[in-house]
Design a protein around this ligand. Structure first.
Ligand code: PLP
Length: 359
């Protein structure tokens, strides 16, 4: 297997892939693959419901929350959130932390109205704004944060208090990487393709009161209430992706739940950041230390030429996905839940070797 540091779609646990392989052709002795089954049948529905229950269970079974499985990626949520939640005269307040926050903000601007609650643009998004500087607008329908900026490599260590309005978090690139208190949030959403499974399904975990009633002047499929009232079976769900999410969730349980996953993630991120910090400037971290992501480790070298050589040499050794996002350059190792410690150790050894030979 490759050392897969892709930012998304990203590595999946090997045991999950193997389990899926074993039941790929004949699921639960049905004589069919799960992707050939009716989504209205008992077998698929049991998987669908199990995945929802398992997700809530991993999150501590918060009361009054519902899980939706929708399509269109997190990018569709950028539009659905303002379409559903902003009323006449209101805006969405956004914490501007980087590329993904900006995309979410721009959609809200098109649909309802958007306000900047705080921004780290003056720091080129290498830090998360101070929590005390985050102020939602008086007419805000919600406060939106991007818990982990996949491109810049920053992550909220703690979340702002949104007061009486819902706090909404795009957790596409760090969902289930650590324990969180779901009760702080009105809504959490994430495209599956980093920490949850394959692409094709987007998970929304929200307080039922935000989902139960939606404006009737938006298309049916774009209303949260449509998915809520139909248990995410209004139309054909991405059934194979949902099944895979359920398998990934089982795997997370086997890792000791979110506390177990967090300690492994801290170990992996610590290894890389310690290496970067101890490299006498040969490698340098992009994000400020207090805002560093444990999912996307972004770093630079002294020249772009050296970075190119690094990526090339790494590829020859079986390392995939280390080039930084095209919008910011540099290097990035995405070390999501499923990336094994051994891969990260191999990368750290490779970085060491590269420094010894090229430095
Ligand atoms: N939000 C974050 C933080 C992301 O990292 C990404 C994708 O990388 C997205 C949103 C967009 O997700 P999707 O491709 O599912 O629309």
């Amino acid at each position: 297997r490759a050392y897969n540091f892709n930012a998304g779609p990203a590595a999946l646990p090997l045991t999950v892939l193997e389990r899926a392989q074993a039941e790929f052709v004949d699921f639960r002795e049905s004589g069919m693959s799960i992707m050939e089954m009716s989504h209205r049948g008992a077998i698929y529905e049991s998987v669908h419901n199990e995945a929802q229950e398992r997700l809530l269970s991993l999150l501590g079974n918060p009361k009054g929350y519902k899980v939706l499985f929708v399509q269109g990626g997190a990018s569709t949520q950028f539009a659905m959130i303002p379409m559903n939640l902003i009323s006449e005269g209101q805006v969405g307040s956004y914490v501007m932390t980087g590329s993904w926050a900006d995309k979410a903000f721009k959609e809200a601007k098109l649909v309802g109205g958007a306000h900047v609650a705080a921004s780290s643009e003056d720091k080129k998004f290498v830090a998360i704004p101070e929590l005390s500087s985050i102020k939602a607008a008086d007419n805000a329908a919600y406060l939106h944060v991007t818990s982990n900026e996949t491109i810049e490599g920053t992550q909220f260590a703690e979340f702002p208090d949104a007061g009486s309005i819902p706090l909404i978090a795009d957790m596409s690139s760090d969902i289930l990487c650590r324990p969180i208190d779901v009760n702080q949030f009105g809504m959490i959403y994430a495209g599956a393709q980093k920490n949850l499974g394959p692409s094709g399904v987007t998970v929304v975990i929200a307080k039922e009161e935000l989902l139960a009633e939606s404006p009737s002047n938006i298309p049916t499929i774009m209303r949260y209430s449509t998915h809520y009232k139909n248990n995410s079976l209004y139309n054909t769900p991405p059934s194979f992706s949902v099944y895979m999410v359920n398998e990934v969730l089982k795997w997370i349980e086997e890792q000791g739940g979110l506390a177990g996953i967090q300690s492994k993630n801290l170990e992996k991120a610590g290894l890389l950041y310690d290496h970067i910090d101890g490299s006498d400037g040969f490698y340098s971290g992009v994000a400020e230390k207090s805002s560093r992501s444990i999912m996307n480790v972004t770093f630079r070298m002294q020249s772009e030429e050296l970075e190119k050589r690094f990526v090339k040499a790494a590829e020859l050794e079986g390392f995939v996905g280390l080039k930084g996002h095209r919008s910011v350059g540099g290097l990035r190792a995405s070390i999501y839940n499923a990336v094994p410690y051994e891969s990260v150790k191999a990368l750290s050894d490779f970085m060491n070797h590269f420094r010894q030979t090229q430095g």
